[in-house]
Design a protein around this ligand. Structure first.
Ligand code: CTP
Length: 404
């Protein structure tokens, strides 16, 4: 099961230097399981050859509205009707202006105008010089296109082909792919605010050493991504991991359990769901040394004394917000054995309505997992799958509980 399996995407290219990224995007779409039909404007064909796009999409490319290959000679109807979505990347300033006015003097704009509005969504990835992007005409057009139901993606920021620096770059292919995958997910958490803690914590012993654990943060990052895909505003409080932040997610980096607690508590007042996936260190060294602890040559080892860290989840679960039902708390349990019993006991001890159990050593660092959802009624298994698939199922489960 890949992210875009069974999806048929019409990938439109209008004229712009960002066409060079469309080749990579096409590959990424195919790799994600989509079938891709490329339609290019004549201007786009100045920047990227149809030969390249045909090779990458494994289908003949359409450029002209007079293309006679279709038996009924209506490529603009046939191509659009088959699509699960039309994605124009790059969408030039001129092409967006054209769409806005319902003009249709080339195959791509003709196909966009002729598409059934209720069945075939249109996504645009704008790409242009920063002055063109900032121009009131373009901004007006973007606002009107959105009001007409077109899904206009954000633009990137940074170096531009013209040598200037600013807003207007086309998003990177991987970013467009992530946005497209998110677009197809059901918006079961639309308008909700979700807080996720993820990763290990790091408790310093001295300036160069510390205690941490094997949590990779992948499950928590997948949950943050799935919640965002489902339409939520997401804050992700992350321990020290080097994972990329899911698109549209607000990330707060922390190191120690106490820093994590502070960041979580700051976000609790506006959150409606808290999912605590972080593997918080249970103890921290009593006193972190200011300077590196050195061997003194005697063979004597230093003695470490520990203090218990605050239990972040239990604290949040006892907050007024959680107790009043305004905040739904979900705990995680990483166990090594006897998962069901430990998860049941932990759910009660933490005072949370839902606790998700998993076998720590089997999942730490991996891309897949299996989950056991334990609530007051009993337990339900989410069988072995990728962490992202499991995260989406968990998000749907949480959304159902919120709806009751
Ligand atoms: N948790 C937390 N703060 C802590 C310890 C744990 O918020 N100081 C949260 C975790 O994010 C997770 C849940 O509590 O959602 C359970 O974490 P886990 O490490 O499995 O349990 P512990 O409470 O540490 O119990 P034990 O180590 O004895 O299994």
């Amino acid at each position: 099961m890949t992210n875009l399996s069974e999806k048929h995407i019409v990938l439109g290219l209008s004229g712009g230097i960002a066409c060079y990224k469309a080749a990579e995007l096409c590959r990424a779409l195919v790799k994600a399981g989509a079938t891709v039909q490329v339609v290019m404007t004549e201007a786009a064909a100045q920047f990227m050859t149809p030969v390249t796009m045909q090779a990458l999409s494994n289908r003949p490319v359409y450029v002209s509205q007079w293309d006679a290959r279709e038996p009924n000679n209506m490529a603009h109807i046939n191509l659009g009707r088959e699509a699960d979505a039309i994605l124009v990347a790059p969408a030039s300033a001129d092409f967006m202006a054209k769409l806005l006015h319902g003009r249709a003097d080339d195959l791509l704009s003709l196909m966009c105008l002729a598409r059934p509005l209720d069945k075939v969504p249109l996504l645009l990835a704008p790409a242009m010089n920063r002055e063109m992007w900032a121009h009131p005409a373009t901004q007006r057009n973007v606002a009107q296109l959105r009001a007409d139901g077109t899904h206009v993606l954000e633009v990137g920021q940074g170096d531009q082909a013209c040598g200037e620096v600013g807003d207007g770059r086309m998003l990177e292919p991987e970013e467009i792919l992530e946005d497209l995958i998110a677009f197809f997910q059901p918006k079961v958490l639309q308008g909700r605010s979700v807080l996720v803690s993820a990763g290990p914590t790091y408790e310093p012993i001295d300036p160069v050493r510390g205690i941490t654990n094997l949590s990779s943060g992948k499950m928590g990052f997948a949950i943050a991504r799935a919640a965002r895909e489902a339409g939520a505003q997401v804050t992700l409080v992350a321990g020290p991991v080097s994972l990329a932040t899911p698109r549209g997610v607000q990330r707060v980096n922390v190191r120690s359990a106490r820093e994590m607690q502070e960041a979580v508590m700051a976000a609790v007042p506006s959150a409606q769901v808290f999912v605590a996936t972080a593997a918080v260190a249970d103890w921290r060294p009593d006193q972190a040394a200011d300077q590196k602890i050195k061997k003194d040559g005697s063979g004597q080892t230093p003695t470490l004394r520990f203090t218990e860290n605050p239990d972040i989840l239990a604290g949040v679960a006892q907050s007024e917000r959680a107790q009043s039902g305004a905040l739904f708390c979900v705990g995680f349990a990483a166990e090594s054995h006897d998962l069901l019993n430990h998860a049941k006991a932990k759910r009660e001890r933490k005072g949370v309505p839902l606790l998700v159990g998993n076998i720590g050593p089997a999942t730490f660092g991996q891309d897949d997992n299996a989950l056991l959802l334990v609530d007051a009624q009993g337990a339900k298994e989410l069988p072995h799958a990728s962490k992202l698939e499991l995260a989406r199922l968990l998000v749907q489960d949480i959304a159902r509980r919120l709806a009751v």
